[in-house]
Design a protein around this ligand. Structure first.
Ligand SMILES: [Fe+2]
Ligand SMILES: [Fe+2]
Length: 276
């Protein structure tokens, strides 16, 4: 069910215990003064950062689903522990991105179906196969795509606060990106050809969910300048640069490592994702 996306904060003991897990980020929020930028740039930045809020929120649901699947499949306990730790990271990322949106003037309206944020594995599979598919979709595709595209965007970002927020998030995402590979180095011992082929198909369908991002960037073209500011000042990349970055991350950070693990995505499927 799609509903307006609003976040609540309880405070008191709940905040106290959460803060023990993830202390307040020591960032100078006031240094981001939206009034010095052209309104169109601020509006675009609010949209971009609201998208980050929603995708970080989805990442909480994704890792919750992954942890449940790992537990059902009785994978090595330290892998379960590693993934469990990511839940509070993702909550913290939602918090940080929300603060950016607030500094930019508040949240633009969004409707989100919060019951369908995590991917769903095929229903007729074993617990091990379910864990494989969820780790692949979340750990080897979503997290790698998000972290891989955000790192160069951070380097282009002009504003120090926005850069600092990216740095905080990416410090955690570096660990998140490692998880899928570590899981499959273990799981590879138990994968047969049919399961590898099934997972390659799941990887393609997971990547197809991201294609609207670079297709939208293509139609938007290079929306480069806002007054005396460049589009990347507040944390995103212009169309052409983003498309090239997305393709490089998909090929080098997702498709190639999966192939090395025996999960081979046919080259024509990769080419089709980018309209080649
Ligand atoms: Fe995150
Ligand atoms: Fe993450």
């Amino acid at each position: 069910m799609t509903e307006p996306f609003v976040l609540e904060w309880l405070g008191g003991p709940a905040e106290h215990h959460y803060r023990k897990a993830r202390p307040t980020a020591d960032l100078d929020w006031q240094s981001l003064d939206a009034s010095v930028y052209p309104p169109e740039l601020v509006a675009e930045a609010r949209n971009v950062w609201m998208g980050i809020v929603v995708s970080e929120y989805a990442a909480i649901a994704c890792f919750a689903e992954v942890v449940a699947a790992l537990t059902a499949a009785r994978v090595p306990l330290d892998l379960i522990g590693m993934a469990s730790d990511f839940l509070a990271d993702e909550v913290h990322h939602v918090e940080l991105a929300s603060r950016v949106v607030m500094q930019l003037g508040g949240a633009p309206p969004r409707s989100v179906d919060t019951t369908r944020l995590a991917p769903r594995a095929a229903s007729n599979v074993t617990p091990f196969e379910r864990a494989n598919e969820l780790v692949l979709r979340v750990g080897c595709v979503s997290e790698v795509f998000a972290g891989g595209t955000a790192a160069p965007i951070m380097q282009e970002t002009g504003h120090p606060l926005i850069r600092a927020v990216y740095e905080r998030i990416l410090r955690d995402e570096a660990r998140h990106k490692r998880f899928g590979g570590l899981y499959f180095e273990w799981a590879a011992n138990f994968l047969n050809r049919a399961e590898c082929d099934r997972l390659a198909g799941a990887a393609v369908s997971a990547l197809e969910l991201y294609a609207p991002f670079w297709r939208a960037a293509r139609t938007a073209g290079d929306a480069g300048h806002y007054g005396s500011f460049e589009a990347h000042e507040l944390g995103w990349l212009e169309g052409d640069k983003y498309i090239a970055l997305a393709e490089r991350v998909v090929r080098e950070d997702i498709v190639t490592p999966l192939g090395e693990l025996g999960i081979v995505i046919p080259p024509e499927k990769v080419a089709a994702l980018f309209g080649h």
